[in-house]
Design a protein around this ligand. Structure first.
Ligand SMILES: [Zn+2]
Length: 293
């Protein structure tokens, strides 16, 4: 048995990290650091006690109950595996709704669904066969992100299928959606931060209640060793690789300097930790009991 829900109080808010699913993928390199040698990547893995040839890739949406609004950040994979043969080995079935139940909520309870960016594993759970999975929610997308995918211009080859998914899953929600700019307040205590690079308009969210602060950084870092210890290294799924690297360093610097908690969609479950500076980069420090107190 492995845990799939981690819920804690955070100032006046209550937050739950929910494991939508996870997959085991082959070979961190060359997905991470194609411009570096396999030996260099292998040495980094060995130094951290992880395998270079196999890694766990989790998908962890964050649910924030502000007392006024139940806000869900990203919807995971939903039914993508069921609907698309070629995604069967790459993604996991979406377990978000069933595990929301374990956290004490129903899909109907969600007031706001926020999509940090429109990559498949973040929009997959928005709709099931044309029906919204969260029937009572309003939807929030980053304005630049939504606009990029809606226009569908300059979509790189590897993201053409992603565009199709956007058109099927996200675009029909446009009339129920609001489009947020970097730095804008989503609801009292929650504000967006520009983290474009991994996708054209990705937004992170800064959550603050009674002096406690959490950064929901979406896919700013996609692996807890590779992305933190080598933030400069390119990553195949970053849409603008140089910009993504610059964003990573800016956000890691901020998280380390301000010593705030981070919720990372692809960090090891429960996806919570802090960032420390270390030689040549940063280090992920997983949460221990801090949030239980
Ligand atoms: Zn992702």
């Amino acid at each position: 048995m492995q845990p799939t829900v981690y819920r804690f109080t955070f100032g006046g808010f209550e937050i739950a990290m929910i494991l939508d699913g996870k997959v085991v993928r082959d070979r961190l390199h060359p997905a991470f650091g194609p411009e570096h040698s396999a030996a260099e990547a292998g040495a980094l893995c060995a130094a951290n006690g992880i395998e270079a040839n196999r890694y766990e890739h989790p998908f962890i949406p964050t649910l924030v109950n502000t007392g006024k609004d139940l806000v869900l950040f990203d919807t995971g994979n939903g039914f993508l595996r069921r609907d698309y043969e070629h995604l069967r080995t790459r993604l996991d079935d979406g377990h978000l709704v069933e595990r929301l139940g374990q956290a004490g909520y129903r899909a109907e309870d969600v007031d706001v669904v926020v999509t940090t960016h429109c990559h498949p594993d973040h929009i997959g759970g928005l709709a099931d066969r044309g029906r919204p999975v969260f029937p009572k929610a309003r939807y929030v997308f980053g304005a630049a992100e939504f606009d990029f995918w809606r226009r569908g211009e300059n979509v790189r080859e590897a993201r053409k299928f992603n565009r199709e998914l956007f058109v099927r899953l996200a675009l029909p929600l446009a009339e129920r959606s609001s489009f947020i700019m970097p730095g804008e307040e989503l609801t009292p205590g929650i504000r967006s931060i520009d983290v474009a690079g991994h996708s054209p308009g990705m937004l992170a969210y800064h959550v603050e209640s009674e002096g406690k602060r959490l950064l929901i950084w979406a896919d700013t870092c996609v692996h807890y060793v590779m992305a933190l210890q080598r933030p400069d290294w390119h990553l195949d799924v970053d849409d603008d690789k140089d910009k993504a690297a610059a964003t990573r360093k800016r956000i890691l610097d901020m998280a380390a300097a301000e010593r705030i908690f981070v919720a990372g969609f692809h960090m090891p479950f429960p996806g919570l930790g802090m960032v420390e500076k270390s030689a040549g980069g940063f280090r992920w420090v997983p949460v221990s009991y801090q949030l239980n107190l």
